[in-house]
Design a protein around this ligand. Structure first.
Ligand code: NAP
Length: 397
């Protein structure tokens, strides 16, 4: 809470999504502590207008310019300012909120989140793709602007809680856990026939469609490796992934004296979101309490990068550097969207990403030093990925 005991003003980018809704659920429970400044969505006008009115926001923006008139009409007479288009998302990020939840999905979140970093905001970062797409640029901008970046991803929230910055030189390894997704035990043959409905049904977490597919391919964990590298300044060699199907331990840090410090909680995003909303304090979250005796046992196994090649591909991107991760992210976004619309099969996602990485090696893509660089490289990689889709379309139809 700020020093005057006035509610802290929170902007929620991606307010209509899974992380956005969980954030608003916590905010609604503590009206004396939090108020909403601005909210955004892509095109979900009805849900966004409902949120803006319910939370008495000052500003509501949709990314899709075609949604401006319907949003304006839905907010008419409410006092909430309506806006649309990519510039409106940046405007939302620049409004004087105490904290900004960055919960847009995909590289679409880069421009507004970068604007928030530039203005020195406290950013609650769920949008991992913006770190994958432009990690060095984002972290540099945040540092120069005096922004604070608080991780929202449960694994990174765990590491943030376990990693004492004063002891970073004493850290031996940092481990992110992975549930293994819905197909952890499936054979290659079964994986070839996975449907979008099966892929979005995560065993432990309730999430948006894109991250659910990323969890099923293990791409999500790979993106998180890159995210952890940028957030905690830890090189690939000291970053591990461990499959832990119960999703109770979210991450841990091993120190040079043999101690391992881990964070545990039931798999409910409201715990890490509450942590980021209140940091450095803590607030109550309405989540199930951990009962280890009832659980009885926790299990662990090594990830299988043969059935789930995404981990290998993301390691490659992380270790190669330059613009490789930008290309990986863009190719993955195109591949996931194509899979969700049944234009390609599940194993094709990794193939399309790998093809993008091959092209990025041939073209020797450099690191994006500006937002424009990042967006141009992102667009190029999307075109490369899209060029692979029709071939498969013919086979499927
Ligand atoms: N869900 C989780 O539990 C979880 C956990 C950790 C990290 N994350 C990360 O958090 C981010 C959000 O995930 P999510 O699961 O909440 O996604 P989601 O449910 O799909 O919601 C995405 C949000 O972004 C908006 N959006 C989509 N495309 C956009 C565009 N082109 N321009 C502007 N806004 C756009 C959506 O608006 P519309 O409703 O109008 O489409 C929606 O508000 C992702 O980066 C994900 O990796 C999520």
């Amino acid at each position: 809470m700020n020093s005057h005991d006035a509610p802290e003003r929170i902007t929620v980018l991606g307010a209509t999504g899974s992380v956005g809704q969980n954030t608003l659920d916590l905010i609604a429970r503590m009206p004396e502590r939090f108020a909403v400044e601005a909210v955004t969505a892509n095109s979900n006008v009805d849900a966004l207008a409902d949120i803006a009115i319910r939370f008495d926001a000052r500003f509501a923006a949709v990314a899709d310019p075609a949604c401006y008139e319907p949003l304006k009409a839905a907010l008419s007479g409410t006092g909430v300012e309506a806006a649309a288009g990519p510039g409106a998302l940046v405007e939302a990020a620049l409004r004087p909120a105490d904290r900004i939840m960055a919960a847009i999905v995909g590289a679409a979140g880069l421009a507004p989140t970068l604007a928030a970093a530039e203005r020195g905001a406290t950013i609650l970062l769920a949008n991992k793709e913006c770190l994958v797409t432009a990690g060095p640029l984002f972290m540099r901008t945040a540092k120069a602007g005096g922004a604070r970046v608080l991780p929202v991803d449960s694994e990174h929230s765990a590491i943030f809680q376990a990693l004492d910055p004063a002891l970073s030189r004493c850290v031996e390894r940092v481990t992110l856990t992975a549930s293994g997704g819905p197909f952890r035990t499936w054979s290659m043959e079964r994986l070839a026939a996975v449907t979008p409905q099966e892929a979005v049904r995560h065993p432990n977490w309730s999430m948006g469609a894109k991250i659910s597919v990323d969890s099923a391919t293990l791409m999500n964990k790979g993106l998180e490796l890159i995210e952890a590298h940028h957030l905690f300044d830890i090189e690939s060699e000291r970053l591990d992934v461990l499959v832990h199907p119960e999703s109770i331990i979210h991450g841990f840090v091993a120190y040079q004296d043999g101690s391992v410090v881990a964070q545990m909680a039931e798999p409910d995003m409201r715990t890490p979101i509450a942590y980021s909303l209140a940091w450095p304090e803590r607030i109550p979250a309405p989540t199930a309490r951990l009962d280890l005796a009832a659980l009885g046992r926790l299990t662990f196994e090594a990830p299988d990068s043969q059935r789930f090649p995404a981990l290998r591909l993301t390691r490659y991107a992380l270790e190669t550097g330059g613009g490789t991760a930008t290309v990986l992210n863009a190719a993955n976004e195109i591949a996931v969207a194509s899979f969700l619309t049944k234009r390609i099969g599940f194993p094709d996602i990794a193939k399309i990403v790998e093809n993008g990485l091959d092209r990025s090696a041939t073209e020797r893509v450099g690191e994006p030093y500006s937002l424009d660089d990042a967006l141009a490289l992102d667009e190029w990689a999307r075109d490369v990925a899209l060029s692979m889709i029709p071939e498969r379309l013919e086979q499927v139809s």
